[in-house]
Ligand binder design. Structure first.
Ligand SMILES: [Zn+2]
Ligand SMILES: [Zn+2]
Length: 390
């Protein structure tokens, strides 16, 4: 029987079991074990992808959890821990001969044994596999072949961000120049783009879109996610979701309003004031360093204006921490009562919220659920903000 689940497939690791850094810019308390606990106990997310699992010390920590009986490997792929299932992933930086800059891609493998094989191979292609998102020396297609040889999933990451993405900047290349499109299982939109923006690029129409958090801290897990229909959370079922097999599919994408993304508007890289797309220099400080916003970039490379009708709905949402007046104490009260963030965001009724928090906060949670909050745009590496309700 098909049921719906929440999934966030892009989460980083800060430290390994020896307290060595994995993603250097990520929070120190972000370990594979704390991520599993947070997703299961506090977020209420059923399927997660952790994309630093090529690191051998992370694999060791997982083996210890399995040996202690706290986690089990599933026959259909993935590792179950309490109420969450983990898919083992790896974010990799590719420099193809066609790319002008680095491109990030996400690779997921069914089992620890396959991830270990992948790591053994990556050692020959990378300088340091213990760290996150490292540069891979080889072509993107060769990487795709390896992932497929190991029965894996391959997804270009945050494809529109100005840095480290397929469409981000420079000369526009088609997907086919860089990748084998038949070996792509989905497209990750990234925080500054939504379904409607991405559908303006016709070569993306056949792919499933993913909305993931790219979390560098426990709090950010689930700032973007999707609701998926499948039999149970497992690697095999998730591949069915991506290819819409036997009714499995994404029902809804939950993304932040693109205006909240830190690369939404075109801005000056030096003083962060807004700029016209075609301006040669910043009117405020005269700098010529321009960071093109995602919306302006998509408008530049768009080749299709009509809406595609067959997409899952894309619902704008903000993390609870973005809501005005919802401080740590109130947040804890809500968690004590409703257990998980997903329960607060999706299931708690207005009346039940109203018993725990003031009217204004209860209202803003419901308004958030309905996508009715006012958003101030971000840009040039700064996040947008949510306005307080009148
Ligand atoms: Zn990335
Ligand atoms: Zn990432």
């Amino acid at each position: 029987m098909l049921q719906d689940y929440f999934a966030d497939m892009h989460i980083h690791i800060g430290r390994d079991i020896f307290d060595k850094p994995v993603k250097i810019t990520a929070s120190k308390n972000l370990t594979i074990t704390t991520i599993l606990k947070e997703a299961s106990r506090n977020k209420g997310i059923h399927l997660i992808g952790v994309i630093d699992c090529q690191s051998p010390a992370v694999q060791l920590e997982l083996k210890q959890l399995i040996d202690k009986g706290e986690a089990i490997e599933l026959a259909d792929g993935g590792i179950r821990f309490e109420d969450v299932t983990l898919l083992l992933g790896s974010e990799i930086e590719v420099y193809d001969e066609h790319c002008q800059g680095p491109i990030h891609v996400l690779c997921y493998l069914p089992s620890l044994a396959q991830m270990e094989q992948f790591s053994e191979w990556l050692v020959t292609k990378m300088k340091n596999i213990t760290l996150s998102s490292q540069r891979y020396y080889g072509s993107a297609k060769e990487l795709q072949y390896k992932v497929k040889e190991l029965s894996g999933i391959f997804i270009p990451a945050h494809v529109f961000t100005p840095y480290k993405s397929l469409y981000g900047k420079g000369v526009h290349h088609s997907l086919e120049e860089v990748f084998d499109p038949d070996l792509i299982d989905g497209i990750e939109l990234g925080l500054s783009a939504d379904t409607f923006m991405a559908d303006q690029i016709s070569e993306l129409h056949t792919f499933t879109y993913l909305t993931n958090s790219d979390a560098h801290s426990l709090a950010k897990i689930g700032r973007e996610y999707q609701q998926v229909l499948m039999e149970e959370p497992s690697f095999k079922e998730f591949t069915y979701v991506l290819h819409q097999i036997d009714g499995r599919r994404i029902i809804r994408n939950f993304g932040m309003n693109p205006k909240l993304g830190k690369y939404h508007k075109t801005v000056c890289d030096d003083c962060h004031s807004y700029m016209e797309v075609n301006a040669l220099a910043c009117a405020n400080c005269g700098s010529r360093k321009i960071v093109k916003g995602v919306a302006d970039r998509i408008a530049e490379i768009a080749d299709q204006k009509e809406r595609i009708q067959t997409r899952p709905s894309y619902q704008y949402q903000v993390p609870l921490e973005y809501l005005p007046k919802l401080g740590p104490k109130t947040f804890q009260k809500l968690m004590d009562h409703f257990q998980t963030e997903m329960a607060i965001i999706h299931h708690a009724s207005y009346d039940s919220l109203r018993k725990i928090v003031p009217e204004q906060i209860a209202k803003s949670i419901i308004q958030m659920r309905e996508g009715k909050l006012t958003i101030n745009a971000g840009g040039g590496g700064k996040y947008g903000t949510v306005s307080a309700l009148e």
